[in-house]
Design a protein around this ligand. Structure first.
Ligand SMILES: *Cc1c(COP(=O)(O)O)cnc(C)c1O
Length: 222
């Protein structure tokens, strides 16, 4: 990796986002960088906080609950996004801990999250994860099931702000990002959570509002 301190890595990612925005005629302020800190400990996370990063992503409720309360005590104003699959029986913990959820993918989870939000009187923005490449092993709602799931979410008053995807590995991601963007537009949703370390500029060019970047900020995971 060319930039070996966290502040330089962060600056490089912001430059990539700015370049993608320039090509697309977008404002960099319209793209939120989520630093995905899964499998990295507090000592790895603190330098990024010191460099000014405030939005972080985790993929497991349990791991986030172990790491983040102490880090949040040290630095107010941290936002935590859940980017991994969520079991319905963890919905209560997830709503208490996270500020956004990117992995709503089935009716039972819509119900569990809506009940947890009602019980805690706390509404947090949600993205519906779409299995955009129709891959059997991958999480996310099938494209064909999306209208019904969105109708469920509206009926449950779940605050759905956009769509999220992880395109198939080893394939050119642009067509998948473009498909997600078109579906979101058709559904009247503004949020697009797409783009990771290897494809974030492409995602920004195609309209990502949230990019989820782990490896390019933290280095490889163990
Ligand atoms: C781990 C993860 C990321 C970050 O991936 P990198 O390739 O390390 O940038 C983004 N999104 C989701 C859903 C993840 O699980």
């Amino acid at each position: 990796m060319p930039n070996d301190d966290p502040a330089s890595r962060l600056a490089a990612i912001h430059a990539t986002i700015a370049h993608g925005c320039k090509l697309a005629g977008r404002a960099p302020a319209d793209v939120t960088l989520i630093a995905v800190s899964k499998m990295h400990d507090a000592d790895a996370i603190r330098p990024l906080i010191a460099a000014g990063q405030r939005v972080f992503g985790e993929n497991r409720v349990q791991e986030a609950a172990e790491k983040w309360p102490a880090l949040r005590e040290e630095t107010p104003g941290i936002a935590l996004h859940l980017v991994g699959q969520l079991q319905s029986n963890k919905a209560t913990d997830a709503v208490a801990l996270f500020d956004a959820i990117h992995s709503v993918d089935r009716p039972s989870l819509v119900g569990a999250l809506a009940r947890a939000m009602d019980a805690q009187d706390r509404r947090i923005p949600c993205f519906v994860q779409v299995n955009i490449g129709d891959e059997p092993q991958k999480g996310g709602c099938a494209v064909a099931d999306l209208p019904a799931l969105l109708a469920d979410a509206r009926a449950a008053d779940l605050p759905v702000v956009g769509l999220m995807c992880v395109p198939p590995a080893d394939l050119e991601p642009a067509p998948y990002f473009a498909l997600l963007a078109r579906i979101a537009r058709d559904e009247g949703l503004d949020g697009l959570s797409m783009g990771m370390s290897s494809d974030l500029e492409t995602a920004v060019r195609i309209g990502a509002t949230h990019v989820r970047v782990g490896t390019a900020l933290f280095g490889a995971r163990a």
